[in-house]
Design a protein around this ligand. Sequence first.
Ligand code: ZN
Length: 345
Amino acid sequence: MDAVERLRERFPDAEERSSTEVLAPRAVNAHTHLDLSTMPFTPGAYDAFIVAAIAHTRAGGRGVEAARRGLAALRASGVRTVGDVVADEAVMALLLAEPELSGVAYWEVIGPDPADAPRLLDQARERLQRFLSWQRPGGMRVGLSPHAPHTVSAPLLRGLVQVARSLRLPLQIHVAEAPGERALHATGTGPLRAALAGALRDWRPSGMSPVAYLDDLGVLAARPTLVHMVEVDEDDVRRVARAGCVVVHCPRSNTALGCATFPWATFARHGVSVGLGTDSLGSSPDLSPVEEWRAAVAMHGGAASPAQLVWSAVKGGARALGMRPETVRRGDPFDALTTWVAPVH
Ligand code: ZN
């Protein structure tokens, strides 16, 4: 019996009509930075974007006001479940108190100098324990985001993973996003090294790919959600599949910042679950996962079906945040569903 026949049997009185639309529960935005919502959309080279984001942060642009604006944009796009990277304590308090919002608020930690690791680790542990006391049943959960494999030193990465394990916190890390990230890890050279020269003064390359490095450090064994993952090869994807990590794909941000194209077919071949995220309003024109889905459909053409990508936007996103996907039951209001209309080529 095929799926349609099963539905006819279960719902014999339902009206039937043919359509090219998919109806599914609400989509999840599995990766964004709501506290960057007052940063203007800044497409262009990745390095220039990082410089602009740092300047915006130093000028005080990253905080509660920006997060409130981001929350309004998120709600307007119909999202109720989000994976948000948080860099401000007041934003953490805001998100954990937010009614009608679920998902994970990941506390961001940056620290490329190994000498800073013990201090930053103590600080992160103290903060995370405090944030956990603010969690409410049914609301957002506290998570932890070591920023990226090159902006967090090896001892700090290892320590943060231990803290996440002991406090049972979900992890999310930006990996293999930037052009030059592979060269930086392999040889300590290239455009990313040049762009971050001051910050990476005491950081040493491992000689491996960013993913192999995380695997070697024992980070992948903690099953972090890996965001972006565009500069990867088959060996990297095999390691991710073996560890059982979920990946978040942000096609519009990658295009806006001149990053490589996400190798959908390789991840599909290795059976890796993929969710969708918009990233921040600095690198994406809006926070809508439905628009992200549309961009992914256009980007991958025949390599990914629109229905597979709907799975990513709904169930893949929930899986990326360690949550059960939302379900819609008979009798639930219609606005609990999202209508997906595939673009006609
Ligand atoms: Zn991001």
